[in-house]
Design a protein around this ligand. Structure first.
Ligand code: N2P
Length: 408
């Protein structure tokens, strides 16, 4: 839809000539994403379900926000629209906050510093995979105020209406986010998430036990290391690696590609000690595991304890991802969640987090404060790295494949 047509539709909706359902249907038919249309409706309604009264003046702030959202819905063009909400939204800062995050994914003193400064009491729990976190969210009883999904999962949760759109007026430190992480494809306009950490999925290995160093996903097919190797307990990472091994996209939904990935995964499984993600670190350090599919930051954490642990991105290519802080739609402490988000976007806090996790920080001014910041990937590196995307309807076929691999 062209900008002109989008504006006409939008005026029609505001003036009551086009009803809400038709308006949504036309925007979606014109290719707008579910998330951007939701953001637009939010902007128009200020949170209520009724269409708004026409704005008194064209320059009133909510109208500007709504127009920007309409343009974005129509063209998916980058936009620096203000948050679609009024300043009186979420006026109270609650005194509690429940964060659920991946294990080993924050500095030891981040939470205590925040508690001390804000007076907000934090309950902090951990999980080991996106699936574990999502299954808790989907039953609706979790009571989490912040969770930390990987990019493509933000898309999935937003489409399921499980997320609360960010109120950017409470996130002045968002200005510190590096350009690479602003308006990502998985979350247009960062409507739902504040970027937390980014990293890659490659191979960690013990340089004192493995010779020559691995350079391919094919190493997991090598019976020489039987019982000393692990792959991730994560269908997207493990199946994705086998797709990459055959030169395919790690987002492939092609039946033949997936069938081959399944065969490779099952062949490798005979050599694996286990499917395990972050907790493999201890086994690498102890020398019980010599080769592990793992993320770069968790590998860096293990290396602090055992210097002979190295990391490689296989020659066939690998995955790159950004995880974001998001607020579940039914979170009990939404304003406190914004306070925490704004806190971790401070350069010195963000630097402290990445120093501990070994992952990259999306907070640009934090880079200069760190001893060994993970450099943003070069153009050359980005050619070998691929972002995971929402698989849409094919997610079911992938789930089935993973069940078959695990039970083989
Ligand atoms: C936590 C690392 C999580 C990264 N240890 C997964 N995207």
């Amino acid at each position: 839809m062209k900008r002109k047509d989008a504006d006409r539709e939008f005026r029609g909706f505001l003036e009551g000539r086009v009803d809400r359902r038709d308006f949504v249907r036309r925007l979606l038919a014109a290719g707008a994403s579910v998330t951007s249309v939701a953001a637009l409706l939010e902007a128009c309604s200020g949170g209520s379900k009724e269409p708004p009264k026409p704005a008194a003046t064209p320059s009133a702030a909510p109208t500007q926000a709504a127009s920007a959202a309409a343009t974005q819905a129509a063209s998916a063009a980058p936009s620096s629209a203000p948050a679609p909400a009024s300043l009186s939204d979420l006026p109270e800062i609650e005194k509690e906050l429940h964060i659920a995050n991946w294990s080993d994914y924050i500095a030891e003193d981040t939470v205590s510093k925040f508690e001390k400064e804000s007076g907000i009491k934090v309950k902090y729990s951990t999980y080991e995979s996106n699936e574990e976190m999502m299954s808790k969210l989907q039953v609706g009883q979790a009571g989490y105020d912040i969770v930390v999904p990987t990019g493509y999962i933000v898309t999935v949760l937003a489409a399921q209406k499980l997320l609360f759109p960010l109120r950017k007026q409470y996130l002045p430190n968002f200005k510190n986010v590096a350009g690479l992480f602003v308006n990502p494809e998985f979350d247009p306009d960062n409507a739902m998430g504040v970027p937390w950490q980014w990293g890659t999925t490659g191979i960690a290995y013990r340089s004192d036990k493995v010779n020559p160093p691995p350079d391919s996903w094919g190493v997991f097919l090598d019976a020489k290391y039987k019982g000393k190797m692990t792959q991730m307990d994560d269908l997207r990472d493990t199946v994705g690696a086998w797709l990459k091994f055959r030169g395919k996209s790690l987002n492939s939904t092609d039946a033949a590609d997936l069938e081959q990935a399944k065969k490779d995964a099952i062949a490798a499984k005979a050599n694996l000690k286990a499917y395990v993600s972050a907790p493999v670190k201890g086994q690498l350090v102890a020398g019980d595991v010599w080769i592990a599919q793992l993320w770069n930051g968790d590998t860096a954490q293990a290396k602090v304890e055992e210097a002979k642990i190295e990391y490689v991105l296989p020659k066939e290519g690998a995955g790159i991802w950004t995880d974001s802080l998001v607020i579940p739609a039914n979170a009990p402490h939404k304003r406190a969640a914004h306070e925490f988000m704004n806190f971790i976007l401070r350069p010195e806090i963000a630097a402290g987090i990445s120093e501990f996790t070994g992952y990259g920080t999306p907070v640009q001014p934090a880079m200069a404060l760190m001893k060994n910041p993970v450099p943003y990937p070069s153009d050359e590196e980005r050619k070998r790295l691929e972002y995971q995307k929402d698989l849409g309807a094919a997610a079911q076929a992938w789930d089935k494949l993973w069940t078959e691999i695990k039970s083989a």
